[in-house]
Design a protein around this ligand. Structure first.
Ligand code: ZN
Length: 254
């Protein structure tokens, strides 16, 4: 059984409370980190070491993580829970992948949307050990493998999807393949992931604008970033919640 080490979660005194309180905590940590990093941009590129130093400050040195390069990956950024190399049943670190410049391996101010999005995920995970635990549970019972394609194709996707069709046909037909407990785990996990993504895109937008506004002298032109609206998270979250409510009601009767 996979265990979560202390180095992937903040102390309970910090991350206690309801889900929305923890979400607010993650936002507050992201803001703290932003205000530190914002001051470090005296040129338009800075070393990943500056990020490491400041993340350590914000997390009181309690969390183990590394910054990786996403330049050649098929995603812009990614935050993953990782295992101890000597003990593969101990999840004890995070890997945060963000784009580093090809020549000097520094981080560009123009990638602030990506790194603030990923740092928000990182803060969500270290303040939500319950969510991490659920992801691990789904991974251990192979539910992640069997549900990830659906999640990627319909929930975390920009496909021009008929949401009514998703709610009334695609999702109910997909859920039929699983027992009631797996249906609940899949839906709960998807719900948290979409809420996190919705907020991660909002954070990215907010800070992308802010950092450029604060450093107009460093940039040649002000750019905008993806709003995340084309994913339709706000419409998909209630679809998941409705399905979940229906199944929980059924489960109580069993
Ligand atoms: Zn994301």
């Amino acid at each position: 059984m996979i265990k979560l080490a202390k180095t992937v979660k903040l102390p309970f005194s910090i991350c206690k409370g309801t889900y929305s309180q923890r979400l607010e905590k993650a936002k507050a940590l992201n803001e703290q980190l932003f205000s530190k990093i914002n001051q470090e941009f005296v040129e338009k590129d800075i070393s990943p070491d500056v990020f490491i130093r400041n993340i350590k400050k914000v997390t009181n040195n309690k969390i183990k993580f590394l910054i990786d390069d996403s330049t050649n990956a098929n995603y812009k950024g990614c935050t993953l829970l990782g295992f101890n190399p000597k003990n593969c049943s101990l999840a004890d670190r995070f890997k945060i992948a963000i784009p580093l410049n090809i020549f000097d391996k520094k981080v560009s101010i123009y990638d602030a949307d990506i790194f603030m999005h990923e740092f928000f995920h990182f803060f969500c995970e270290i303040t939500n050990p319950k969510h991490l635990q659920r992801m691990i549970k789904n991974y251990e019972k192979n539910l992640s493998i069997s549900t990830e394609p659906f999640y990627r194709n319909y929930f975390y996707s920009k496909n021009n999807l008929d949401l009514d069709f998703l709610e009334k046909t695609l999702l109910p037909n997909f859920l039929k393949k699983f027992n009631i407990y797996d249906q609940i785990d899949f839906l709960q996990n998807s719900r948290y992931r979409l809420i996190e993504e919705l907020n991660a895109f909002r954070e990215a937008n907010k800070y992308y604008d802010k950092i450029q506004e604060n450093h107009l002298d460093l940039i040649s032109e002000k750019l905008s970033t993806e709003s995340g609206e084309s994913f339709h998270f706000e419409e998909k979250i209630p679809i998941i919640e409705k399905a979940l409510k229906k199944i929980l009601k059924k489960a109580r009767k069993v």
